[in-house]
Structures are given as structure tokens and as C-alpha cells.
Design a protein around this ligand. Structure first.
Ligand code: PGA
Length: 258
């Protein structure tokens, strides 16, 4: 596990985009795990710029999104299908048949979730998973108490998540109560993981996830056991880490041959 602390949001977005760029260049048919929420927007803007100005080619890339609200149509303006189209997919040359976003309307949810898991495996597993983190420590919609071995399934959202997301729906009563989400166990199988966090409102959660015990109460804490995870943080999100100076020192003194 590596903790990288950058001065601000733009810098973490650029750093994450450079990781994605290197992967796409080295493995054009790589499998990217993508996230929604406000955090990855800067990363997506930078990828769009790299595609337009530098010709970064996504034509062979496969994508899997982490989650989708259950019970709203994919055409809903707040669905994660819509979010991904508007903020990334329609601006780059990713092929529609290579895009995977969980269905929020499947009648047989269990069968859909099994298919999603099988599809990830069939394509060789996720090479790089991008994550945000909820204030309650969730990754994807794996709310506190989610099994650390969980797989793709339907989850009931917490009150806190519903309140956090009410700003997008206009009222908390309009926020769906359920989501279809990759499990903690599904995410953990990604070969590389970058968790992005910015802003002081994430500082306490980041401290728990990085330096607290590994617990299902903070599902992001499982990443402490992952051999290839980067927490990519701005100063504000890193401000409650006890070993803040050490992480910076490690980054500055990183052996460049590795
Ligand atoms: P945010 O959401 O990026 O909008 O803060 C993160 C999350 O809930 O996972």
C-alpha cells in the first residue's frame, strides 16, 4: 500500500490520469474499473484531454463500473449510466460494446450479478480499479457491515449515503434506496487499485481507512491487505493521517528503478 499526497485536487487528478495513460499505452486492451461521484471528475476531464490532444486511444479498452442505483431507468439523469456517458464515454473513443455498467433495472438481479462477475473474469480481471471513498468509508456501495468477501449484489444504502447524494436528486426522498454494486471481494481482486480522495470532509475517513484496523465497518480498510494499492490524496484529505510526513518522505525517496 502506498500513500501519495499531492498539494491539491488538480494534482491528484493528473497523477491518476498518468497511471491510466501508461496502462492504456502498455496494454491497449486493458480492463479499467471505473467509479462515479464527484472525486473522479478531474481524472476523467484529464483523460478526455489526453484523448483529444495527445491521441490517447481507448478503442480496445474494456471498462467495468463499480455500481448503479437500483430502481431508476438507465436514461434517468442521475443514473450512473448517464453520469459515465456525460463525463467520459461520449468524449473518448471507447467502444460501446466494451463498456459495462451494472444494470439498475434487471428483473433477475442475482443472475445479472453473476453475469457481471463472470464477464470480469472472462476478460482477464480488472487491471486497474479507480475508487472514491464515501464519508462512511465505503468503496463502491459497500456500506459499513458489508462482508469483506462480498461479491456483486444488491445493497441497501445507508441514511448517510442517501443524505450525501440528496444534492443530486433535489431531495433525499428521491434518492433510490438500493444499488447494485461490485463487492469488496470483487474489488480486491483488481490487479492495481487507486483510491482518490480530496477535501477536508474525507480526512477522518481516510485516517480510518489507511491507519485504522481492517474492518467491515470501514470497507476501504481492506485495501491495507492489497499488494498494489495507492491512496492518492490531496493535503486536506491527508490532514488527519498520523504518519503524513513519513508517506511524503517515502514518496520523495522512492527508488526510481522499481
Ligand atoms: P464523492 O463520492 O466522490 O462524490 O465524494 C464518493 C463515494 O461515495 O464513493
Amino acid at each position: 500500500m502506498e500513500v501519495i499526497i499531492k498539494a491539491n485536487y488538480d494534482e491528484i487528478s493528473l497523477e491518476a490520469a498518468n497511471y491510466v495513460k501508461r496502462l492504456v499505452q502498455n496494454k491497449p486492451n486493458c480492463v479499467l474499473g471505473l467509479a462515479t461521484g464527484s472525486t473522479p471528475l478531474g481524472l476523467y476531464k484529464e483523460l478526455i484531454r489526453m484523448h483529444r490532444e495527445e491521441g490517447l486511444d481507448f478503442s480496445k479498452v474494456y471498462t467495468f463500473n463499480l455500481d448503479e442505483y437500483y430502481g431508476i431507468p438507465h436514461s434517468h439523469e442521475q443514473s450512473y449510466h448517464t453520469f459515465m456517458q456525460e463525463n467520459l464515454f461520449q468524449h473518448i473513443n471507447v467502444q460501446p460494446e466494451r463498456i459495462h455498467v451494472p444494470s439498475g433495472t434487471a428483473e433477475d438481479v442475482k443472475a445479472f450479478c453473476q453475469w457481471y462477475e463472470d464477464e470480469i473474469k472472462r476478460l482477464g480481471g480488472i487491471d486497474l480499479q479507480i475508487l472514491g471513498i464515501g464519508r462512511d468509508g465505503h468503496i463502491a456501495f459497500n456500506e459499513p457491515g458489508s462482508s469483506l468477501g462480498s461479491r456483486t449484489r444488491i445493497k441497501t444504502l445507508t441514511q448517510e449515503t442517501i443524505e450525501d447524494n440528496a444534492r443530486f436528486f433535489g431531495s433525499k426522498d428521491l434518492v433510490p434506496r438500493y444499488a447494485v454494486t461490485m463487492g469488496v471481494g470483487t474489488i480486491f481482486e483488481a490487479k492495481e487499485i487507486i483510491l482518490l480522495a480530496n477535501g477536508a470532509n474525507k480526512a477522518e475517513t481516510i485516517a480510518k481507512a489507511v491507519e485504522g484496523p481492517v474492518t467491515a465497518q470501514v470497507t476501504a480498510s481492506i485495501l491495507q491487505l492489497h499488494p498494489n494499492t495507492i491512496f492518492l490524496l490531496d493535503e486536506a484529505a491527508a490532514s488527519k493521517l498520523e504518519r503524513n510526513d513519513y508517506y511524503k518522505w517515502v514518496y520523495e525517496n522512492k527508488p526510481r528503478h522499481t
